[in-house]
Design a binder for this molecule. Structure first.
Ligand code: GLP
Length: 263
């Protein structure tokens, strides 16, 4: 795991978008693993800017989102399908037919999960997976005690996650769906590269536990230590709980993979 700390959320978003753009420029038919949540909003704004100002071309890209609420149709403004259409797909030249979000209205959740896994496989796997971090430590909707061997499946949301996402449902946690379909931890770990983003002081405690361990089933994000190519991008607020800051900065200055990303 490598870690790069930038002054604020806007700097993190610019850098994350730059890394996604580099992936797309390297391979026009890249398979992107995408995420939702407020952390992603600035990143998608940056990608839109790169599309408009620098011609970043999404027309050959394919995408798989991490998760979707069960019971919300893609037309519901709170569904992740609708969020993605509004925040990214509809603002750039992404071919909607090449974008994938689990179907939260599928009558058979298990079959939908298996279909989703198969689609990722047929696409050749995910080249670059973007991840946010829930306050429970979830990646996707893999709540505490999710198996590190889990694949895409239907899950029950932790009360803390429903509270965290309540603001998007008019502030009422009771309106947040109880269940979701999410890529599993093993599905996420199959991605070739992973970019974990954490911004804001609310993430400081969980980011420190995720980065510094110990690896535990209670914090799904710690499973990322089992992946060979994870870059964590955090802003100063989210990095505030890290205990080995001097070491991370030392590595960031000297590691050829990330030293050039600091400006
Ligand atoms: C939701 C998503 C997660 C995301 C999390 C972070 O719960 N299912 O994939 O990581 O939000 O949310 P935010 O970025 O709003 O803090």
């Amino acid at each position: 795991m490598k870690l790069l700390i930038r002054p604020n959320a806007a700097d993190v978003a610019r850098l994350a978008a730059r890394l996604l753009a580099a992936q797309i420029e390297r391979r026009a038919d890249s398979v992107l693993g995408l995420a939702t949540g407020r952390t992603m909003e600035l990143i998608y704004d940056e990608l839109v800017r790169l599309h408009e100002n620098a011609g970043l071309d999404f027309s050959g890209c394919r995408s798989f989102n991490l998760d979707e609420y069960i019971g919300l149709p893609g037309t519901d403004p709170n569904s992740y399908r609708s969020t993605m259409n509004e925040r990214l797909f509809g603002r750039v030249n992404f071919n909607l037919a090449n974008t994938n979000v689990p179907d939260g209205m599928a009558s058979n959740h298990g079959a939908e999960a298996q279909r989703y896994e198969a689609c990722i496989r047929v696409a050749g796997g995910i080249d670059l997976q973007l991840l946010g971090l829930g306050e429970t430590g979830h990646i996707g909707f893999n709540e505490p005690l999710s198996s590190f061997a889990s694949r895409t499946r239907d899950v029950t949301l932790a009360p803390g996650s429903r509270l965290q996402n309540a603001v998007l449902f008019g502030g009422e946690a009771g309106r947040v769906p109880v269940r979701a379909i999410t890529m599993g931890i093993a599905t996420i770990l199959d991605a070739k590269r992973i970019l974990l983003i954490a911004t804001g002081s609310k993430k400081a405690s969980i980011l420190a536990k995720t980065v510094e361990g110990p690896v535990t089933a209670m914090i799904s994000g710690t499973a990322l230590h089992h992946h060979r190519d994870v870059l964590v991008l955090a802003d100063e607020d989210a990095a505030a709980g890290l205990t080995q800051r001097d070491y991370y900065d030392w590595v960031a200055r000297h590691d050829p993979q990330i030293s050039g990303l600091r400006d």
